[in-house]
Design a protein around this ligand. Structure first.
Ligand code: UDP
Ligand code: MG
Length: 159
């Protein structure tokens, strides 16, 4: 009928962003959450945890065998991390762009790593690198699932 319509049909994806212990210790959590909020992403899960080495080995399974793998796991297990899931247009790719390059010295100013980090092993944040890996990582960090709700500002973000 004429009174039925489609209201904001936008194809979005989810990405996992994880603050490493340096991001938490340096008090950057709020700033980085703000960046994702301001960009128009929707927060659908959030958690502060002190992860175990076993859990982190699953998270970084793709890097097993790299020379820095043992120190990365030890470092990541040294303090609390914050996991979050953001939903938005092309959120995996855009989230990675917001993080900057893996080596902060190669990260452009304006990116998270380009604004806050210098060392590759203290680069503040993890972001999923593909939609497939995002799905795996979200399942690993949030086995209970994400939160379903309507973000009321969507009509001002999407066209
Ligand atoms: N890392 C490191 N030394 C290196 C490369 C990477 O300590 O030489 C750490 C760094 O914290 C990085 C994480 O391992 O963020 C995962 O590496 P990856 O190649 O997946 O980079 P990212 O996807 O985080 O940009
Ligand atoms: Mg990676």
């Amino acid at each position: 009928s004429v009174s039925e319509r489609t209201y904001i049909m936008v194809k979005t994806v989810l990405t996992l962003v994880l603050f490493q212990p340096d991001g938490v210790q340096r008090g950057l959590v709020g700033n980085i959450i703000s960046r994702f909020e301001q960009r128009g992403f929707k927060l659908v899960a959030l958690k502060l945890v002190h992860a175990t080495p076993e859990h982190l080995e699953k998270h970084y399974a793709d890097l097993k065998g790299k020379p820095f793998f043992p120190s990365l796991i030890k470092y990541m297990a040294s303090g609390p991390v914050v996991g979050m899931v953001w939903e938005g247009l092309d959120a995996v790719k855009t989230g990675r762009a917001m993080l900057g390059a893996t080596n902060p010295l190669a990260s452009a100013p304006g990116t998270i790593r380009g604004d806050f980090a210098l060392a590759v092993g203290r680069n503040i944040c993890h972001g999923s690198d593909s939609v497939e890996n995002a799905e795996k990582e979200i399942q690993l960090w949030f086995p209970e699932g994400i939160v379903q709700y309507t973000a009321d500002q969507a009509k001002w973000i999407f066209e």
